[in-house]
Unconditional design. Structure first.
Length: 128
């Protein structure tokens, strides 16, 4: 699944409006759960507090959890700039359905920043 958002460009008001140009901030474009996305080398970088339902509405169905039962649901996001992010539960036993602090994995904290911008949900960095 590829998700596209409006890119940054000038939008002009129709001819009936005063001559004003509007600037729309670019939202990151990303692929979700692509088989070509490598998550090797990613680790916990932050958290996003939301529900499983919200994540599935925004990102589609999750991947199945890990064989060792450390995760039960996971999404991989690959942004156009090459940044890879993962959103997953961690050692919950079963997929959380209520409000939950989902983990955000990545190679850098940019993954957390892009997840927040793309999903329009507040994130926060993990503190070590």
């Amino acid at each position: 699944m590829t998700v596209f958002f409006v890119s940054k460009k000038n939008l002009s008001c129709p001819s009936q409006c005063p001559k004003i140009n509007y600037m729309v901030d670019a939202l990151p474009t990303f692929k979700v759960n692509s088989n070509n996305t490598s998550v090797n080398g990613t680790s916990l970088k932050g958290y996003i507090t939301t529900t499983y339902e919200t994540l599935t509405n925004l990102l589609g169905p999750s991947l199945e959890g890990s064989d060792d039962d450390k995760t039960t649901a996971e999404w991989t996001l690959e942004f156009d700039d090459g940044t890879v992010a993962t959103i997953y539960d961690w050692k919950t036993g079963s997929t959380p359905t209520n409000l939950h602090n989902w983990h955000i994995g990545g190679k850098t904290h940019r993954a957390v920043e892009l997840v927040e911008k793309a999903l329009n949900i507040k994130t926060y960095f993990a503190k070590f």
